[in-house]
Design a protein around this ligand. Structure first.
Ligand code: COA
Length: 349
């Protein structure tokens, strides 16, 4: 039975570098605090009027498609993961199809936040296994810089995130021990509000009951988006950092072990672990728990911050470009994020 292999990878990050010191101009924070808690030193911010989630995706996709040895007209299907779409609707998939002048192919948008890329890869793999498509473009792209609170009020969230895009082309392979071996997806909506952007939305206060700092849900009207929400800064993401941290350090190793067990493999068999770049401390905890050496885990959050759905394809592309992923290497992609959702994909390069 055919399954998918990664035939090409691409990435794009905006030119504009924003250091921790730059953020100090807008909020009460410090380079020491950010580095110590997250490992982040700098991130990239997209051009205000010149770049969008879709335009960054176009750049990453061009490289991935070229490296796969095909053209945009050969793509049969798009799976686009993002939490920061150009429009509330339609999703970025159709904007990418238009921008790259692709045929009238299907375009699916995935809304699984930090797990978006792993979910997207899994969906694409199933389409290839079923024989429905041959060249699938899978993209993760985010323009976070447009939706964060850069005042001191929003500092615990805004210092973490950055902009960028990554893409891969999946194609079928008959080689049993190559390509995507298995994918594993999970969710637990119990803590859906722990890492979320409540507005704009239709909840009309139905779900959002717990009070959080500088955010009084009881004051939210039943409007989708109101002037008062904006005045009260209720249009920014909320994150209960410690709750996210506690769950992430359990679910990351669990879902990696699930993938290894499903294939009769052990942590020592992993040649390269690419964890979603949530936080360097989380990645280091996972590395230690699995007993992996430094050269078996790829991290670049130091340079780009957390780019949510884009972080895994950016890291994968960078690791491959640096020669850190070689043919026949066992590569594990693993993610955890808002939802909570988490997942893993195990592949033989
Ligand atoms: N600069 C300086 N101080 C800050 C700050 C910033 N950017 N953000 C928060 N603080 C302050 C808080 O106000 C708090 O001050 P107080 O003690 O006077 O109230 C103090 O630092 C500690 O805040 P807390 O939220 O408890 O910090 P923490 O040790 O939990 O670290 C995170 C915060 C976000 C770094 C940490 O919880 C984390 O990494 N969580 C996981 C987040 C993550 O991975 N998200 C992505 C998911 S995909």
């Amino acid at each position: 039975m055919p399954h998918a292999k990664i035939a090409g990878t691409g990435m794009y990050v905006p030119e504009h570098v924003v250091t921790n010191f730059d953020l100090q101009k807008y909020m009460d924070t410090s380079d020491d605090w950010i580095r110590e808690r997250t490992g982040i030193q700098e991130r990239r911010f997209a051009g205000r009027d010149t770049e969008t989630t879709t335009t960054m995706a176009v750049e990453a996709s061009k490289t991935a498609i070229e490296r796969a040895g095909i053209t945009p007209q050969d793509i049969d299907f798009i799976v686009f993961a993002t939490l920061s779409p150009d429009y509330y609707f339609p999703g970025c998939g159709v904007l990418l199809q238009r921008a790259m002048k692709m045929r009238e192919i299907g375009a699916l948008d995935v809304r699984n936040q930090c797990s978006g890329f792993v979910y997207a890869i899994s969906v694409a793999d199933q389409f290839i296994r079923s024989g429905m498509y041959k060249n699938i473009l899978v993209v993760g792209s985010e323009k976070h810089s447009f939706g964060l609170d850069f005042s001191t009020r929003g500092r615990s969230v805004s210092v973490i995130f950055g902009d960028g895009a990554g893409a891969v082309v999946l194609q079928p392979t008959e080689e049993e021990d190559r390509g995507i071996l298995s994918t594993h997806l999970h969710s637990d909506g119990e803590s859906a509000e722990s890492l979320a952007m409540y507005n704009p939305g239709t909840h009309a206060n139905h779900w959002v009951q717990q009070p959080v700092a500088d955010f009084n849900p009881a004051e939210i009207g039943d409007m989708f988006m109101s002037h008062s929400m904006i005045d009260k800064a209720q249009n920014f993401p909320y994150m209960d950092g410690p709750a996210v941290f506690k769950k992430a350090i359990v679910k990351f190793p669990e879902v990696i072990m699930e993938a290894l067990d499903a294939n009769g493999l052990k942590p020592g068999d992993i040649d390269m672990l690419i964890p979603h770049q949530a936080n360097l401390r989380i990645a280091q905890f996972v590395q230690q728990k699995l007993g992996l050496s430094d050269d078996k885990v790829y991290n670049n959050i130091q340079k780009y911050g957390n780019t949510t759905a884009a972080s895994i394809p950016i890291a994968l592309c960078e690791a491959w470009e640096a020669g850190k992923i070689k043919p026949a290497d066992l590569v594990c992609l693993a993610s955890f994020g808002s939802g909570f959702t988490w997942g893993s994909a195990l592949l033989r390069w």
